[in-house]
Ligand binder design. Structure first.
Ligand code: PRX
Length: 631
């Protein structure tokens, strides 16, 4: 590839060029793709209106840049290697040619069942090849996919279906995860009781568990694909046509639909993939994320496939049948680049070295992390025991909203430092500001992380509510995109992400709004009020600590806490269940009635020595009670 950076000085040069002349820089990168019509202008933007356009008026279909593009050169190369949950079951390999056929076939199914350009399609599926095929088929017919992580509850699913007024749901009968078989179609059925826009549900068979098929609405994937052929001409899309919506949590209660568009997302995910991971044409790459998150979108599906890479999709969990499963898969497929979350590393580290030593791990060249800060201990364990001291670690910082990796070493080129995401990718201009928005220039500074120039894969809007996009990302600091993260730039100019500075917590690499969890807790009929904060958790990074005011009505505290957890499970899903619940007589509030979260955070962190002045609170007496009852 023309734009692959091969050494550190090339990186500095590319960075300089990208800043000096972004239009020439990105135009050159974009020229390597197949466009049905080229752009009139590379970039146009107005951050105050959150109005960003890349490759204006260009026409393309992103799947032509994967399928048609590699058919003749890489037709027989594995595109997707699917590894099932149970190691005894045979996996599936789809070559580029086979993937082409499957995507075309399913594109025809979508069309036959009434999907038109611009329609929203929800994908609520486990990690099976059909999930990737579904995403690409949506993109091919011009439909907007919105993948909902299959661990979300029916009520969270219904909210997302309703928010984007989806016309179709693609799902499966069930989901194998570790020793469990989890119902999936059943959750969809329950969700759809609260939805009116869904016309069809297409169900892929995975667990063969019995499901109810509603006549006129529900269809089987295998029956529908049997009725169509494998030829399909891709829809022509504008560069700024919506590619997908992905819901994510923010500091308000309601998840927002982050919108990504076609041209810029394509260019940036491919560019960042090949450069960060230093992918070479015969490499086997594995990202352990779920396609329900942005990491799965950009770095299991789009980035690797746009690069003609072999990408592994793993259905299962790291500890089934034992804690050596990841390493067994690395050896089995001779994985060269391995990308996972710090929480998985910490969880596996806790099992010691016995599950690691049976494996050679000698094919590994690059290790990656994403989603949360990595602590130095986990970094060293990963580096020493998985990478055997020879694999660079790329600590990649980015967000659902950024679409692609923003700050990260380029594997093997950028010297690394434990827990540092190091340097921005070409085209990315981070700036650090203080609380008033004043830029903190130079090195050795710490503040809030903003980006002050557009990049191709950035968020375009929040679905159905553009004002929310302006308010959330472009209003805190005028003329800049605000990330919500705190950051330090050290004396070498290296960036270290310090975590969220808003009411968002990061649990096992999953982003969670505290208000969202509070709203779910408050659904329990006996709960009067609640406040949720994060606290340091050895494995998860952050755990969820909930302070709850409630009537017990004769129940024991233990059973009440179980009920509250079950409520959260039902409203959001298991990932949002509080780790600790403390029943409290009141919440510390300012005289204007605002909850003093700072105090609650300190108590949850078990750091009550520096609570500050609590005498100005409306109810200072409650603080002692809270400290006494702390978990
Ligand atoms: O706080 C940062 C953290 O994850 C947030 C974004 O979460 P999400 O949109 O779910 O995307 C996760 C996968 C890209 C960020 O605001 N975060 C992400 N990567 C890192 C990180 N924190 C520290 N180091 C990272 N490498």
């Amino acid at each position: 590839m023309l734009t692959k950076i091969e050494n550190l000085s090339e990186y500095f040069l590319a960075y300089e060029k990208s800043v000096a002349n972004p239009e020439t820089f990105w135009g050159r990168v974009a020229n390597q793709f197949f466009w049905r019509k080229k752009w009139d202008k590379v970039v146009d933007y107005n951050f105050e209106k959150a109005d960003v356009k890349w490759f204006e008026n260009a026409k393309l279909n992103i799947t032509e840049n994967i399928l048609e593009r590699y058919l003749y050169t890489l037709g027989d190369k594995p595109a997707i290697i699917w590894e099932p949950n149970d190691p005894k079951e045979k996996g599936i390999t789809l070559t580029y040619k086979q993937l082409f056929e499957k995507v075309c076939e399913f594109s025809n199914v979508l069309k036959k069942n009434g999907i038109e350009k611009g329609d929203r399609v929800i994908i609520y599926m486990p990690m099976i090849p059909e999930a990737a095929i579904a995403m690409l088929a949506c993109a091919r017919v011009g439909a907007v996919h919105s993948v909902v992580f299959a661990g979300f509850s029916s009520s969270a699913l219904a909210d997302r279906v309703n928010d984007c007024e989806a016309k179709m749901v693609l799902t499966s009968d069930g989901n194998f995860r570790g020793a469990k078989s989890i119902p999936v179609k059943e959750v969809v059925d329950e969700a759809l009781e609260k939805c009116t826009t869904i016309e069809k549900v297409i169900v892929a068979q995975r667990t063969k568990t019995e499901v109810t098929m509603k006549a006129g609405r529900d269809l089987w994937w295998h029956e529908e694909t049997a009725k169509v052929d494998t030829q399909h001409k891709a829809e022509e899309m504008d560069s700024e046509d919506m590619l997908f919506i992905l819901y994510t949590s923010g500091s308000t209660g309601k998840p927002k639909g982050v919108v990504h568009t076609t041209g810029g997302y394509m260019v940036y995910t491919q560019y960042s993939f090949q450069n960060v991971f230093q992918y070479n044409s015969d490499d086997v790459y594995w990202c352990t994320a779920d396609v329900g998150w942005i990491t799965g979108h950009s770095y299991i599906v789009y980035g690797p496939l746009l690069s003609g890479a072999t990408t592994i999709m793993f259905e299962g969990v790291p500890t089934y049948p034992d804690a050596g499963r990841f390493w067994e898969i690395c050896d089995k497929y001779k994985v060269n680049q391995f990308y996972t979350a710090p929480t998985a590393i910490r969880a596996l580290q806790a099992f010691g070295l016995d599950p690691v030593t049976p494996y050679k791990l000698d094919s590994l060249k690059v290790l990656g992390t994403v989603g949360e800060p990595i602590n130095e201990e986990a970094w060293h364990w990963y580096h020493d025991h998985i990478g055997k001291g020879k694999c660079p670690i790329v600590d990649t910082w980015w967000q659902t909203e950024t679409g692609g990796i923003m700050i990260s070493p380029l594997a093997g080129l950028t010297p690394t430092k434990p827990a540092y995401a190091t340097l921005p990718l070409p085209g990315i201009r981070p700036i650090i500001v203080d609380a008033e928005g004043k830029e903190l220039k130079g090195n050795g500074v710490q503040g809030n992380l903003c980006i002050n120039f557009p990049w191709p894969s950035m968020i375009r809007t929040t679905y159905g509510d553009h004002q929310r996009c302006i308010d959330t990302y472009f209003s805190t600091y005028k003329g800049m995109y605000f990330t919500g993260d705190g950051v330090k730039r050290d004396e070498d100019g290296y960036y270290r992400i310090l975590g969220r500075v808003d009411d968002v917590i990061n649990v096992s690499g999953h982003r969670m709004g505290t208000a969202e969890v509070e709203n779910a807790i408050n659904e329990h009929p006996l709960v009067v009020e609640s406040a949720v904060v994060g606290y340091p958790h050895e494995i998860k990074g952050q755990g969820i600590y909930a302070y709850v005011i409630c009537d017990t009505e004769g129940r024991t505290e233990a059973s009440l806490k179980d009920e509250i957890k079950a409520t959260v499970n039902k409203i959001i899903g298991p990932i949002a269940k509080p780790d600790k619940i403390q029943i409290v007589p009141g919440l510390p509030k300012t005289r204007s009635g605002k909850i003093m979260r700072r105090i609650l955070r300190k108590v949850a962190e078990n750091d009550t020595s520096s609570l500050g002045d609590t005498s100005t609170l409306l109810n200072p007496e409650v603080v002692d009670e809270i400290i006494k009852g702390a978990q």
